[in-house]
Design a protein around this ligand. Structure first.
Ligand code: IMO
Ligand code: MG
Length: 419
């Protein structure tokens, strides 16, 4: 069997959690392969709502095992909070989660470093979620990091002290006040809590699952435009959010990848700093934010909003090798008289259909306009959707060369059309 991948094609918050939850029933294993508690994957069913941070969105399925892969950076404190909230809802997390020994740990001092670095950047700050993601990945690639498997080592406390010392020496370069023992006791207690979980060599585990004829669903966090290589650098996160990240973050060979589900919103949002060519600063942007409830699931920050950007979407489809698209939050566009889509950019007065290298370039979107559509509630088959809506979907399919197989018409599991 192959491993299928779900990932965001924009700047995060595309609705990946919902799609994983909808598809998870078909997969015995769901695996997160990168990112950490900067993610906030919202899931709604019945009268219940959850926001998952590091735990894969297969956790609600009785028959699914959830892997936290080696590519993830895990904060024991948030992990424990997340687990306890789920246990409170009757979900047996310990039986359903396996953690890679090679996943890196986020220390409280990583969060301090994140805050100090952002404060020092001033106006040019990234707009990080301040969860310690960047500093934790810096320690990983700098070969200083601590991993989940280190919890099983006799000298865990010495390793911790030595890494903390490194962090304090870096912090001396910043003019930043902090409490060196911030959250340390809570972190140590959460580390003890984590010891009750199954730690595995997940690269062996996932390959065995595939060899035994079972499928895996790999759940990406953030989005392609936040990828450390291909996103709008430096306004990106610190991991590989693209499809290749699933290989690296789980130990899967590239020929093990099957379907690649690319998730995008019918419009665009971005939270934090960085370029956003189709951003709207007017009443329409405000309406998108209000109707789409576009506020960060993690940081509660209002998200920036704008029209769909096909230049960026086609770029993401290319980098990720997307085989099926899922268009989310279609209902949010209901009631707009006209809907716009960027089909090209004007860069320094010249039209192009290329994401420019220079993040700071003046980019002006070239739009095509579509008729809006009305209320979509209660519609459960593609053929019953308004013609203007189908025109929009089919235009996106022609432009990207990829079928839109999943359409989300509302937050609930049930408000989904699978073509
Ligand atoms: P999900 O998985 C949206 C953004 C931050 C910031 C930049 C770097 O819910 O889609 P970091 O904390 O990684 O150093 O922040 O990336 N960002 C996200 N935006 N959704 C996310 O995750 C994000 N994770 C990080 O706002 O601009
Ligand atoms: Mg989010």
């Amino acid at each position: 069997m192959k491993a299928d991948v779900i990932l965001g094609l924009q700047w995060g918050d595309e609705g990946k959690g919902k799609v994983v939850d909808v598809l998870a029933g078909n997969y015995p294993v769901v695996a997160r392969f990168q990112g950490g508690p900067n993610a906030g994957h919202s899931i709604h069913f019945g009268d219940k709502s959850f926001v998952l941070r590091s735990i894969p969105s297969g956790i609600f399925r009785e028959d699914a095992l959830n892997i936290i892969g080696n590519g993830v950076v895990l904060d024991p404190i948030t992990f424990r909070q997340e687990c306890e909230a789920l246990i409170g809802q009757g979900i047996p997390v310990k039986e359903r989660i396996y953690i890679s020994r090679k996943a890196h740990l986020i220390l409280p001092t990583h969060r301090i470093l994140d805050a100090a670095s952002e404060a020092a950047k001033g106006k040019s700050k990234i707009g990080s979620t301040l969860k310690g993601i960047g500093p934790a990945y810096m320690d990983k690639t700098g070969r200083n990091g601590m991993r989940v498997g280190d919890l099983e080592a006799g000298d865990f406390m010495q390793r911790l002290e030595s890494l903390r010392k490194k962090h304090f020496s870096v912090l001396r370069q910043y003019d930043y006040e902090y409490d060196p023992d911030m959250d340390l006791q809570e972190w140590l207690s959460a580390v003890e809590y984590m010891r009750g979980f199954n730690f595995i060599d997940s690269e062996y585990f996932v390959n065995k699952v595939l060899c035994s004829g079972k499928g895996i669903l790999c759940e990406g966090a953030q989005g392609t435009m936040l990828d450390v290589d291909f996103g709008s650098y430096p306004f990106v996160t610190s991991s590989s959010t693209v499809c290749a990240g699933a290989c690296i973050g789980l130990g899967l060979a590239p020929n093990r990848i099957g379907e690649v589900y690319g998730i995008f919103k019918a419009y665009c949002t971005r939270v934090g700093s960085g370029p956003f060519p189709t951003e709207l600063f007017d009443e329409t942007g405000e309406e998108l934010r209000r109707k789409g409830f576009e506020f960060g699931a993690v940081t509660k920050r209002p998200r920036r909003t704008g029209w769909l950007d096909l230049v960026a979407l086609k770029y993401a489809v290319m980098i990720d090798g997307v085989t099926a698209l899922a268009m989310m939050k279609s209902d949010v566009l209901s009631g707009f008289d006209k809907i716009k889509v960027a089909v090209a950019y004007k860069v320094n007065g010249r039209e192009c259909a290329h994401v420019p290298f220079d993040t700071y370039a003046e980019v002006e979107p070239v739009y095509e306009e579509f008729d809006g559509w009305g209320d979509l509630s209660g519609i459960s088959s593609y053929g019953d959707l308004p013609k203007s809506f189908r025109d929009y979907v089919e235009f996106i399919e022609r432009q990207t060369g990829v079928p839109v197989k999943i359409l989300s018409l509302g937050p609930d599991r049930e408000q989904t059309i699978i073509r």
